[in-house]
Unconditional design. Structure first.
Length: 134
């Protein structure tokens, strides 16, 4: 997926997270998933990500698509500026090693004392009038 499309997907995710109360300014581990067609590319990319301050978990082998996946992550806030800056940095390094960007993820951080959102509430960002999750 092109960077601009991935940035738009990230913005929608941040909007959804904000709507259900995620504290986007709080630091948490944000992870990105990338993959490469050769193990050499994956290893070179891992070294590049680590030099740039990221942590990486490389797979032991190929996935079902014959690619070598890695997880790239760091502790950071998920505000729009921080999240977009990270995504652009991941894309820049990934492109240098001819990788494919697959996805991103991070845990929700809710305000102190807030009930955790239920599955549908997390999915739809809605609660009942009584405050219970749908």
């Amino acid at each position: 997926m092109p960077l601009e499309a991935e940035l738009e997907r990230l913005r929608r995710s941040l909007s959804d997270r904000s709507a259900i109360g995620d504290q986007l300014g709080a630091k948490r581990e944000m992870e990105h998933f990338v993959s490469y067609i050769s193990q050499r590319q994956a290893l070179d990319a891992c070294a590049h990500f680590e030099r740039a301050g990221w942590s990486v978990d490389a797979s032991e082998g190929q996935d079902t698509d014959g690619r070598f996946p890695i997880r790239v992550y760091k502790e950071q806030a998920m505000d729009a500026h921080s999240a977009e800056h990270s995504l652009r940095a991941i894309y820049a390094i990934n492109e240098q090693h001819e990788g494919r960007y697959d996805n991103f993820g991070a845990v929700l951080i809710m305000p102190e004392g807030a009930p955790p959102p239920g599955f549908l509430s997390r999915l739809l960002g809605r609660q009942t009038e009584s405050g219970e999750n749908l």
